[in-house]
Design a protein around this ligand. Structure first.
Ligand code: FES
Ligand code: FES
Length: 155
């Protein structure tokens, strides 16, 4: 007998998943829902490129199995704001943060949870929240500047 489908909400839309329950969420998002803004970097929870929100918390989608997501609400970079105008996305454009861009969706999703919890984070709080989110292009100073700009705009 096959297992019951997993019911979850992704970017506000309910989906049912009847495939391999051990499949990582990242595969589901990219390969089945075509939400390719979330990136595969390392596959071993070391880079942060695959970060999405699950019930409002940052999660590395390469490590999160579908079987743990019954009833969960998942938000990807595509769902952060309907028009791509979240304060962080606006600040990212103003500061011109990305270089190659590969890590940036994960960076923004992580930063979004920081700002949801701490409206005006200090440099130390930003560094603590963003540690473990790797950027091979070294955009860290611009990431910090954009987070501060977004915090300022949200006041
Ligand atoms: S791809 Fe998930 S942490 Fe690197
Ligand atoms: S912008 Fe290239 S890896 Fe971060």
């Amino acid at each position: 007998m096959s297992a019951a489908p997993i019911s979850l909400i992704v970017n506000g839309t309910r989906h049912r998943f009847a495939g391999d329950p051990s499949m990582p969420l990242l595969w589901y998002l990219r390969d089945e829902l075509a939400l390719t803004g979330t990136k595969y970097g390392c596959g071993i929870a070391q880079c942060g490129a695959c970060t999405v929100h699950v019930n409002g918390a940052p999660v590395r989608a390469c490590q999160r199995r579908m079987q743990t997501l019954e009833g969960a609400a998942v938000t990807t970079i595509e769902g952060l704001h309907p028009d791509g105008a979240h304060p962080l996305q606006q600040a990212w454009r103003t500061v011109d943060v990305p270089q190659c861009g590969f890590c940036q969706a994960g960076q923004i999703m992580q930063a979004a949870t920081l700002l949801a919890r701490t409206r005006t984070p200090s440099d130390a709080e930003i560094d603590a929240a963003m540690t473990g989110h790797l950027c091979r292009c070294g955009t860290y100073p611009r990431i910090r500047a954009a987070i501060k700009a977004a915090a300022e705009q949200s006041r």
